[in-house]
Design a protein around this ligand. Sequence first.
Ligand code: BTN
Length: 230
Amino acid sequence: MDNQDVKVALELIDCASTQKHAYNVSVAKDTIIVAKEQTEGMGRLNRKFLSKEGGCYFSLIIPKKNDDNILHYIPVVSVAIATVLNNYGLKAVIKWPNDIMVNGKKICGILCSSHYDKTIIGMGINIFNDLSEISDIATSFFKEGIINVTRAEVIASVLKNVYALLEYDFEKLNKIYQRFLYIKDKDITVKQNNGAVLKGRVVGISKDGFLKLKNDSGEITVMYGDITVN
Ligand code: BTN
């Protein structure tokens, strides 16, 4: 990835959730809000994101630009984080739409939201935080045997990758994204929150970041849902 200087404003704060805090601030330039821990960490679909001290919890606020497309940020951030984890020796893969997994367990969750004046990208990466409540589904740098790591270093590397990847055109980004997408060519089931269940083989990712599946009815595009490999 290109070596370039990234300049963003940083706020280290005590807050219930960096994402909630980010909703309420207005910024003139790209800003990250970082918390040591969160008491009300927000996950996708109104789920709670366990955020005990020792993890890396931050929200990147990007003031709205005319050509902003929130869907572009999700693959950019997923690839940025997966690349950082790999550089630490972790075998990270992307679980569409926005989880990063190591050895079958979640190590990072990403939450993007779009507002009239800004896009907010929240990232929660497990480093040294206690995960005993969810040890069957979650892992961390520590649990994977990586202890030579700091929160500041992880954030700096992620941001550097994010800004480099934002310069990539879709084709180039999508190629890298699909290398990390472990469900590529696998038969999966997608459960949507309206109760719908879709099945098919993963053939790729659309330009909008949606999942492309092939099944007996042809090719379908899935915009959201929780997936399991059959
Ligand atoms: C998910 O896995 O469902 C998404 C989790 C996103 C968690 C991050 S941690 C920083 C930011 N603040 C929050 O409250 N949530 C996001």
